[in-house]
Design a protein. Sequence first.
Length: 472
Amino acid sequence: MSALALLGAFGTLFVAGYGLLTLLVRRETRFSLTEQIAFSWLLGTGAVSLLLWIFGLLVHGALLPALVGIVCLLLGFVGWRRMVPLPPRSAPKSFEIFLGIIIVIEIAVVFYLSFVHTLGWDGLLNWEIKAHYAFANGGVIPATYFSDSGRAFSHPEYPLAIPFTELWLYFWLGEADQFCAKAIFPIFYVVGIFLLVALGRRLAGRTWIGLLAAAFLFFVPQITVEAGSAIGGYADFPLSVFYLATIGYLFCAAEPKHDAFFRLYAACLALLPWVKRDGVILWTVAAACGLCVILATKKSYRYLLAFFPGLLIICGWRFYLSAMHAPQGSDFLPVNLDSFASHLYRIFPLLSALLAEFHDLPTWSLFWFVVAIGIGYLTRRVRDPRILVLIASLIVPIFLYLLIYVFSSWPNYLDHVGLSISRLLMHVTPVGFLIILLGVSRRRVKSPAPVHERGVTCTMAVSERTPVVELA
């Protein structure tokens, strides 16, 4: 029965997400099966968790999951009527099959590691605790939880995308089963793999490059085995997957007549602050990158509406916390000029700590070294605004994250850095893989001029002898 319940829970998440996907893309562009699965999961978890929170303001008990379930089925019906077309299939090459087998083995290992390990500290006492409280209270987190100073250690101010996705599983299971809740996180790993493969095909023009990047994701220890990785129940890796989708499809949206990609960018952008509080910083960076793309490509000002849903979620959550009298976190001092000036001496020690983190081979292997090489290759193409956006989306969040430690209230702020900087860097790690695959690719990315012929777009790469063909 638990297996059937999990199937129902995950099925409704995918169905709801697929319905939203069909509404966003409107059959304008063909999407591979991996892309459709990835976005169905991302949009489904975002939508269901938001619906549980919003409907929970009005109802609770059995009526709450019933209403959300009805919405999921309605979205599924919409998806069935407006199915996204798949591109024509082509026979995979032997090397692609080999890489695919490697990736399947890696995914199996991640699932195994996830189920043999318990939830980590944050996964249990910052995220799952909220799902547990909500399940015990008819799907609504008790108001006393937010105002109780004794529970401040669990960060009541953190948003609810991950806890309420776990809550949705608990509703279907009929009990708060932490073991089953762990299945959510390796699925995010699979989604990250699918996105890297799809973006490798779109950005580099070759499937094997995306498969190779996806295979190497497994060999970054911070992603697979370290604290806060994809197996520990933390929100950091899911946030990194949302950020990958946001930046990756913003890059694709910079090409003409790719409005479907821009709508996917806008949807994932809106969900960044709903996944984790740090997502507000990523939202700010990704929104600034989107603004640059809008200006550089001379898109209509109506595209600025893409920023409205994220602002609504940020402001709505802040208003909710204020209404619930939730205390602010005590890890940081008030962010103002006085605090910044009085702690400015921390800048150089923080930079030193960041450099030491980049050289931490047991945590990152050679990842940051390879990223630096990829950035070096891309500097030859900096006249393309998309390249600048891609590099900025990696570098700017790192320095903003480092800057927040200037306001750390810990007696030893370097201990604060050592405890959390690796998880913060993980947020941008998949974007680093995009830089790597684009850097090693010989495909030209500067201002492609598509030539339409019989539904096919051909883009000629300068450094190649044959055209790269993309389905329109």
